[in-house]
Design a protein around this ligand. Sequence first.
Ligand SMILES: Cc1ncc(COP(=O)(O)O)c(C=O)c1O
Length: 385
Amino acid sequence: VVGSSWLEVEKALAERFANGKLTREDLPTPALLLDLDAFEYNIGKMAQHVRSHGLALRPHGKSHKCPEIAKALVRAGAVGICAAKISEAEVFALGGVGGLLITTAVIGRYKIERAILLAKSRPETIFCVDDEQNIRDLSDAARQGRVRLNLAIDLRVGRRTGIQPLQPAVALAELIESLPHVRLAGLQAYAGHVAHVAGWEERKKASVAAMSPAVETRQLLERKGIGVSFLSAGSTGTYDIDVEIAGVTELQPGSFIFMDMVYNNIGGRGGPIFDDFRNSLTVLTTVVSQPGDGVAIVDGGFKAFATDQPCTPLPKNRESIYSWGGDEHGILTYADVARTAKVGDTVEFIVPHCDPSVNLYDRIFCLRGDRVEAVWPIAARGRSQ
Ligand SMILES: Cc1ncc(COP(=O)(O)O)c(C=O)c1O
């Protein structure tokens, strides 16, 4: 893990960091923390798993939006990084990350111009498409910009984007093949509705059913002589399912690097908790008020955790129950009154949902034990365009 400078924070803390003396207890809260031992375990495990099945790993960068994390994944063997949108991809490219697959179609003149610029600096970038006119627009822009764009057909195997598999997808592939300034690089089949299906057996059934039209589409294309060099699929929830589906060549999971409460709760192969990966991501808060026995108020509320899930943040020490206290605060209640945290104490939480929580922070403090080993900017924070 490579350290990075921390220029914007108060000088005293920066000096402590420079001297290697900055610890968890020094951090201004709410703060986003990464447990490096758990993070390194997660990326090592996923990389080894994918490699042992002869597949490629192109993890999704939407979970972390952090070029330093992307580079750590590439060092672990990832062939590249997925980016949700063009603006996220630009940040990764500027941060020195290659092998980008942009998983949402780039629509509209302004964004297409940016795609051309990106393709000029990173010719291996792959753009997902699911619409005939968009392909023609990309091709026209590529001709004007004197580049050749790599396209991946996004197949609708879930509830969101994508062209219908089989014949409609084949028609798009034939269109791409007919245009000189674009080329068919591969297929994407992301079954997002399957990722959180509770119970491993149920999830397996759902994923195999969702992926079979994608695999058939690949076979159909190959029978027609249209080569498809990759089929990218999978999520953290299906990481040990999709590697067994013949025809899938690469996985694009995101959350496994951090894990979160909703993923822990889907159930794993071995039991009701999905704990194949460790909880490396937490939010550190401070108790700012203690109104009475058994209650403590922390300085993290709606602005410190994403609120899209029904569950509330989970204290890492499991000693209290968190309930929302508004934008800036959380309310902790303690069954064991003697354990009530006091003003100035810190309390650390596992987040309900990692991706949108990370997007609330400018930087992530990377800890080895209690010591801050690195501070990484969430450089693509807010880049959802
Ligand atoms: C297109 C795409 N691929 C991969 C992922 C990664 O999924 P997860 O974070 O569940 O592993 C996502 C997440 O939403 C996604 O939108």
